[in-house]
Ligand binder design. Structure first.
Ligand code: GLN
Length: 484
């Protein structure tokens, strides 16, 4: 059962080939047996999963089952889940039981999905390797000496090891697409504002967006159908008509123009990764798409702008963790100042502290104009590059990350080398555009992903372009060695 995609599971459940309780028990048994190796879950919610599965079976019997009725999925531990620990990968929130559900958790529940548990992640979603988690690193199912990517490393590993049929995730600078690439999955970051951020613990609010990690583009469409909604509780959520993304997966790519940005194939890109992406471009050509070289001239400024804007926003967002309201509190504080200082020093890890310091500095009087304002101006230029490009092309294609999964510890001593993991994914977040990473080859036995970037709210077209590649190829069907 665990080999099946969400689309196949939905069919199996509706045709009564198996029940949701059987399916859920099967996944829970796999998690117990195998997740000691991968560490993809922080919390497994066995009782709640079985109760939801029993409920789903009732609805399946009455034939009024919603779209994902009975399908077992996992939630990244950044999404608040009522009555369940929501840690965000941090000691700061190790004791935090969320008093409500995030909107996307609520939406997926309404669609009948069963929650298996909460997945591991970099602390407060800051990282590209899952090595900053308070709960220990996650192992890549393709090579257990290597990272799964981050920050949604637990969500990616759980799906790649077939310990969940699909998982939610979040992407501020690449945290869905990069782990998708490193674990051989399909990872979708929707347009900023398409999916509610309410109940998703904030890192950098103008960049954060919730999305999906799945085996196929079709599964991403099914999950996005359930997750997307207009939510007045998130003031940046856009009141855009809901679409059936799956219904848009039958369009030929003939007549579409795919743009290939020169800037995404330069220095720093592993040559074998480049070759896999070039081969994918040929596949699209053979499917009838027109390929056009384009330029996104400000791409080289994106990482620098991001590492001012994201820390600035995180320094403001994370000021709420003060030891007074909720979360970690130090022992025996002497006075209020001591409470703040020690709770924050003891509760946050190194990378989070580094970002808070950088962000506070960039926002301080005298530096605001030089750093924060300048970064916002650069952000506008990056957005304009894309707006211009989309006057000539329908979709943009390039690599997702510079190289395949790297070994544990390889980049932890040099934050900048870690930050460069997201060199191709960050521009999309700065512009607020949707992006998807899909598998397009193996290098040294490890998966490589290509990234497709769509125009604003064109998730239907974007997922269709990804789906057409998956109809023509079988990279997405390959499982990690030893994962049957
Ligand atoms: N790796 C990037 C960072 O560390 C992006 C993280 C994310 O998308 N949440 O900030």
């Amino acid at each position: 059962m665990h080999q099946q995609t969400i689309a196949q599971l939905v069919q199996g459940l509706q045709s009564k080939a198996f029940s949701s309780v059987e399916l859920t028990r099967h996944y829970l048994e796999r998690i117990k047996r195998l997740d000691g190796t991968y560490n993809s879950y922080i919390t497994v919610t066995e009782e709640r999963a079985l109760a939801q599965a029993a409920e789903a079976d009732k609805r399946l019997a009455q034939a009024d089952a919603p779209a994902l009725c009975g399908v077992p999925i996992a939630h990244k531990d950044i999404f608040c889940t009522h009555g369940v620990r929501t840690s965000c990968g941090s000691k700061m929130l190790d004791n935090f039981i969320a008093p409500y559900n995030a909107t996307i958790v609520e939406n997926l529940q309404a669609a009948g999905a069963v929650m298996l548990g909460k997945t591991n992640m970099d602390e407060f979603a800051m990282g590209s390797s899952n090595e900053t988690s308070y709960y220990g690193p996650v192992k890549n199912p393709w090579a257990t000496d290597s990272v799964p990517g981050g920050s949604s490393g637990g969500s990616a590993a759980s799906v790649a090891a077939h310990l969940a049929a699909g998982a939610t995730a979040s992407d501020t600078g690449g945290s869905i697409r990069q782990p998708a690439a490193l674990c051989g999955l399909t990872g979708l970051k929707p347009t900023y504002g398409r999916v509610s951020r309410w109940g998703m613990i904030a890192f950098a609010s103008s960049l954060d967006q919730a999305g999906t990690l799945t085996r196929t583009a079709e599964d991403s469409a099914l999950m996005l159908n359930a997750m997307a909604s207009f939510d007045p509780k998130d003031s940046t959520c856009v009141d855009q008509p809901l679409e059936d993304y799956r219904a848009q997966l039958d369009q030929s790519v003939k007549g579409l123009t795919i743009g290939i940005p020169d800037e995404y194939f330069g220095e720093g890109l592993n040559p074998e990764t480049a070759a896999a992406v070039e081969a994918a471009i040929k596949t699209y050509e053979s499917l009838g798409a027109t390929i056009k070289r384009i330029s996104l001239p400000h791409s080289n400024l994106a990482v620098a702008a991001y590492y001012v804007i994201a820390p600035a926003e995180c320094s403001a967002n994370l000021s709420r963790f003060d030891g007074a309201r909720y979360g970690y509190r130090c022992e025996n504080p002497k006075d209020l100042h001591d409470l703040y200082e020690r709770s924050r020093s003891e509760g946050f890890g190194e990378e989070v502290k580094r970002r808070i310091l950088v962000g506070t500095y960039a926002l301080s009087a005298g530096y605001y104009d030089a750093y924060y304002n300048k970064a916002q101006q650069v952000r506008r230029l990056i957005k304009q590059d894309f707006v211009q490009a989309f006057e000539e092309v329908d979709v943009i294609l390039g690599p997702t990350s510079p190289s395949p999964a790297f070994a544990f510890g390889a980049k932890t001593q040099d934050p900048v080398s870690m930050y460069l993991e997201d060199i191709f994914t960050i521009p999309t977040n700065l512009a607020g555009l949707p992006g998807v990473s899909i598998p397009c080859g193996l290098v040294g036995g490890k998966p490589v992903g290509m990234q497709l970037i769509g125009n604003y709210f064109a998730e239907g077209q974007l997922l269709n372009v990804a789906h057409q590649f998956q109809v023509a190829t079988d990279f997405h069907q390959q499982a990690a060695p030893g994962i049957e």
